[in-house]
Write a protein that binds this ligand. Structure first.
Ligand SMILES: C[S@@+](CC[C@H](N)C(=O)[O-])C[C@H]1O[C@@H](n2cnc3c(N)ncnc32)[C@H](O)[C@@H]1O
Length: 227
């Protein structure tokens, strides 16, 4: 519990620099990659959309812009620092109607089957210990039948300095298994979702991994998440 509080504190502090860090790291805080994720998420009609580990809300915002006006868009993060910056930025830009929720992604405060689409950008690999597999089961639980989970992840940086900083950061936040996960997302998703696809986006620094929940009950009940 204390470690979770420390991690939250780390993200609260990081939120002050986060958008600038992302611009330096990838050249695009709210640009084409996150927008591509939002566009793929909303290309099939969805009434309720959840953006997990939403940080300062770049994807949440793009979801609100690309989805039909009556879509409910929820941004969830455990860091109040990240959420409050996201909320302020989106409101400054005149976009309203996003609901912001402070919660742990591994214990989603939602009923079963309420979301048509769940997104998560650049966060799964940072989750610690069992949190990632628990969160995948939580996502499957919160998704409606036939719903989709789209996660955007990094390809590990090839430039030496960025690669070194990337691994230092993983070490600081204690993201165990992150290196293995970044190469094995399809297998990890396959333990929870019956249909999985992976798409690397140009210029090859990011990818989207999609897991779809079955439309009918028997196939959907994966052993990994049996409760
Ligand atoms: C690298 S940032 C990604 C933010 C955002 N999705 C984006 O595209 O910029 C990772 C985010 O995950 C959040 N996070 C990490 N562990 C979490 C957890 N267990 N539950 C909820 N949020 C978490 C952090 O607070 C942070 O905002």
């Amino acid at each position: 519990m204390r470690r979770q509080a420390l991690r939250r504190r780390y993200y609260d502090l990081f939120s002050r620099l986060y958008d600038r860090f992302v611009t330096w790291h990838s050249g695009e805080p709210t640009g084409p990659m996150r927008r591509a994720l939002a566009e793929r998420a909303t290309q099939v009609s969805a009434r309720r959309v959840l953006d997990l580990c939403c940080g300062t809300g770049a994807v949440t915002w793009a979801l609100a812009e690309t989805a039909p006006a009556d879509t409910v868009v929820v941004g969830l993060d455990f860091s109040w620092g990240m959420l409050s910056r996201g909320k302020a930025g989106v409101e400054r830009a005149g976009c309203s109607g996003i609901r912001w929720v402070q919660a742990d992604a591994a214990a989603l405060p939602f009923k079963n089957g309420v979301f048509d689409v769940v997104t998560c950008a650049y966060a799964l690999y940072e989750l610690k210990g069992q949190a990632r597999s628990v969160m995948l089961c939580e996502v499957a639980r919160a998704l409606a039948r036939g719903g989709r989970f789209l996660a955007m992840e990094h390809e590990v940086p090839t430039r030496r300095l960025l690669r070194a900083l990337f691994f230092v950061r993983l070490w600081v936040i204690g993201a165990e298994g992150a290196r293995a996960f970044l190469g094995g997302e399809v297998q990890e998703f396959g333990r929870v979702f019956p249909r999985v696809a992976r798409e690397v986006l140009p210029p090859g620094k990011s990818k989207i991994v999609m897991g779809a929940k079955a439309a009918t009950p028997p196939e959907a009940d994966q052993a990994t998440c049996a409760r």
